[in-house]
Design a protein around this ligand. Structure first.
Ligand SMILES: *Cc1c(COP(=O)(O)O)cnc(C)c1O
Length: 393
């Protein structure tokens, strides 16, 4: 590849587009975080304590749950949620086949039986498929609010009935809503993650269990702290998985801006939809994601479906455009679950999506110019057409 300086288009158009850029978000909160951190540094109260309790109250209220219990990370939140709700060996837990491995990992670590189920055209757990997987041993169904849109919680509740627990994996959906429920407030218990790249991210690892069931909250509080709320009084075997005060302070500061950041994501999603319709509206194999009726999507990821993904990915990479695949394999076709004996065909729709999905850059602060560049490169890769001028007529 040769570069000719004189014919290079204006610099901004040629610049790489990152997949995620957290810097603007960090800059926006740094002043307020420093103030909170200065106070904590003078108290030396680093683990749990008043800052964690304050954030737990704020985040519970935000999510529409009675309790939030701050823990070490989102995976621990899932595991503690399962254990606190009494899910364990002998119980079958239904999980959508396309999710981050942690959802399945937490089921397996709890000793329960993993039951993968298929997803719908919007990548979310399909209630009809769930209905076909219910048995006398089904104890819970995990509604993963994938990519920032909530799974159909009202339909899932109808399908599973009152005796099966509805667990939310709300790691990608802080601020989302559907069917009148908010993310983290729709199920019997929910788990979320504050990994830095999530919509509400800490400056390190963090997570929370959410529930409106008092007993489940109390048990989760105990489980995160060696099975005992009072020091050295261990009622059961728990874990060391506590949220720390420095992260809680970051999260409190960021929570006040979360709706504004989610609105920026939403505006960027609308821009992508318009750009894609204009550039690739005549290519039915390119499918843009949609916000469902009755839902508020928070666009943790912007996932399109494309033909010949390997070629598209290569073209984006060559143009310096960050992108990802979430996820390259469904949970039942990973080496870690091979011993469970699931084969291809277990969840056909999720398996088909696996080869088509492509996550485009998405973060608050993504500019229209960056998005035009992303869609331009995507269009050229899909159609093999060179860049064109605006369509006449
Ligand atoms: C990030 C994530 C988790 C795990 O959270 P960590 O904080 O990274 O442990 C679980 N489920 C989903 C869907 C996630 O995106």
């Amino acid at each position: 590849m040769t570069e000719t300086v004189t014919t290079t288009p204006p610099a901004p158009l040629r610049q790489p587009v990152p997949f995620v850029d957290l810097q603007a978000q960090t800059d926006e909160v740094t002043h307020d975080v420093r103030e909170r951190w200065d106070r904590i540094l003078r108290t030396s109260g680093f683990v749990l304590g008043p800052d964690v309790e304050q954030f737990e109250r704020e985040f519970a209220a935000y999510s529409g749950a009675r309790h939030a219990v701050g823990v070490g990370n989102g995976t621990d939140a899932l595991e503690i949620a399962f254990q606190a709700a009494g899910i364990g060996p002998g119980d079958e837990v239904i999980v959508p086949a396309n999710t981050f491995f942690a959802t399945a990992e937490a089921v397996l670590r709890s000793g329960a039986t993993l039951v993968p189920a298929d997803v719908d055209d919007d990548f979310l757990l399909d209630p009809r498929d769930v209905a076909g997987r219910l048995t006398a041993r089904t104890r819970a169904v995990v509604a993963v609010h994938l990519y920032g849109q909530m799974a159909p919680v009202a339909r899932l509740r109808e399908v599973v009935g009152p005796d099966v627990l509805l667990v939310e994996d709300a790691a990608q959906s802080q601020g989302a809503s559907r069917d009148g429920f908010r993310s983290g407030g729709a199920g019997d218990v929910a788990a979320t993650s504050f990994y830095p790249g999530k919509n509400l991210g800490a400056f390190g690892d963090g997570g929370a269990v959410l529930t409106s069931v008092d007993d489940v909250a109390e048990r989760a509080r105990r489980l995160r702290n060696h099975g005992g709320v009072n020091r050295y009084e261990h009622l059961e075997v728990g874990a060391n998985s506590r949220l720390d005060a420095l992260q809680a302070a970051v999260l409190s500061v960021k929570l006040t801006r979360l709706d504004a950041w989610n609105a920026q994501r939403s505006a960027a999603a609308a821009r992508y939809a318009a750009l894609l319709a204009d550039a690739l509206g005549d290519v039915p194999e390119v499918v843009a994601p949609r916000e469902l009726p009755g839902a508020a999507h928070v666009w943790h990821l912007y996932v399109v479906r494309v033909p010949d993904r390997a070629a598209v990915s290569e073209a984006l990479g060559a143009a310096g455009i960050g992108h990802g695949i979430h996820y390259p394999a469904p949970i039942h076709l990973l080496p870690a679950t091979a011993h469970l004996g699931f084969g291809p065909g277990t969840a056909p729709r999720a398996e088909a999506h696996t080869d088509q999905i492509l996550s485009l850059p998405m973060f608050p602060g993504l500019t229209g110019a960056q998005q035009e560049r992303v869609v331009g490169v995507l269009r050229d890769a899909v159609t093999g057409r060179p860049a064109r001028r605006a369509v006449a007529g």
